[in-house]
Design a protein around this ligand. Sequence first.
Ligand code: C2O
Ligand code: CU
Ligand code: CU
Length: 492
Amino acid sequence: MHMNRRMFLAGTASAGAALAGLGFAQAGIRPLPLIPMTDLTGGIDSRIALNLAPGVHDFGNGASSATFGINNAYLGPVLRVKQGQTLPFDVTNGIGEVTTLHWHGLHIPGDVDGGPHQEIEPGQTWSPDVPIAQQASMNWFHSHTHGYTAQQTYKGLAGVMLIEDDASLSADLPKTYGVDDFTLVLQDKMFNGAGEMDYVVSGEVFEDGFTGETMVVNGAIAPVGQTVPSGLVRLRILNACNARFLTLSMATGPLNVIATEGGFLPSTVQTDTIIMSPGERYEVLVDMAAVESNSLMVQFEQEGLLSILGGLLGQGGGAVEILSLTRGGDTGFTGQMPNRLANLAPADRNAATRTRSFELNMGDGEELAALAANWGNVCGGGGMAINGQPMNMDRIDEEVRKGETEIWRISADDMEHPFHIHGCSFRILSQQAAEPPAYAQGWKDMVHVEDGWSEVLLRFDYDAPKDTPYMYHCHILEHEDCGMMGQFTVEA
Ligand code: C2O
Ligand code: CU
Ligand code: CU
């Protein structure tokens, strides 16, 4: 179940917007933009400049949208790095307001994590040396500015970091960027009457999280198209929506899932659908030897009418095409569908020496409406909470011992929430009181939470002292900004 409150309150209010979204979709297929990739796996010989700046970007509808970008007009680069490297970043804030840049998914100490305590003032440069100890995995980076994460990330302060290791670099998998290996950043956007990207808050938006009716892939309005070689094609997918859960499927055949947020699965998992929350990453393989064309489809949660229209247009199961793959490109990967990918022991709950419990609390409508009226001065000021406490930068909520295995169990009093924990990858023991789907049984840093316990098994190996603690929070970014976040230390 992925219902939100607005669905009950205003079931058909978004009909016009839904139609507009489909109109765009019928207008034609845009080329898939390739996000510029910086490949550092061969070595790093200077500091890595990431320049955050305002930009102007055309999402493909001819309008000039005001955006933020990192070395680009919109979004950041794809950084390809290698386990064992230390990344010497120079993150320069040119956006004219305070910001931060958090490395989502990285196992790194709190002082370089880029959370709300590592503010970068306008015009300043933050220069963390970020050690990459973890295995091959798809990670990302985005604004984590206290009270402003939602609007800054939406505007474009987000990028992708692909970590490789010796095994992944020699693995029999597609890995030629832009040929048989594609990074996809999925977002939903709202466009105003002039076709410019829009972001508007209200009490309702704070309640449900911000959703738009138009899907965007790598900054281009969907559907987008790409010509690919015959053979296996790898899609590394990030849900970078502020609040929208996406149900992914293929037009033909199953999804072949090879990796979750923190690394490879033990073997390929075939599934008809993946339910992907904001913040989650999955890698899938598409077999383009078997079919001449195939499409990645998305079923919007919450939009009843759009689903129905999609169904009428023959788009399977109410799902909308977002990426069309057509055979006919260069020569690419010629190997087989992999069977064994990684060694991964089953998660053992008996390894835990301590259990902590978290309940995510929704704010009431009036409080949230008042917060929305003050937008621009929210500063995580409340409305939402965890265990009854709205986020407070001056309060440490949990103290964790480094190296100890724990179970964190999370539930919610209302709605479904994507829960994220900094500084680690974890294994899901249960999700919403059930066994997680097979494709979510690898290393994760996101878990879906509703009523019924979601339990994760985790351990922290790096320090996060009192002045640079780690965060745990809902990854509906408006919920996070409204206070559904807590902080914890990790010390020996
Ligand atoms: Cu993706 Cu604390 O964030
Ligand atoms: Cu994170
Ligand atoms: Cu939430």
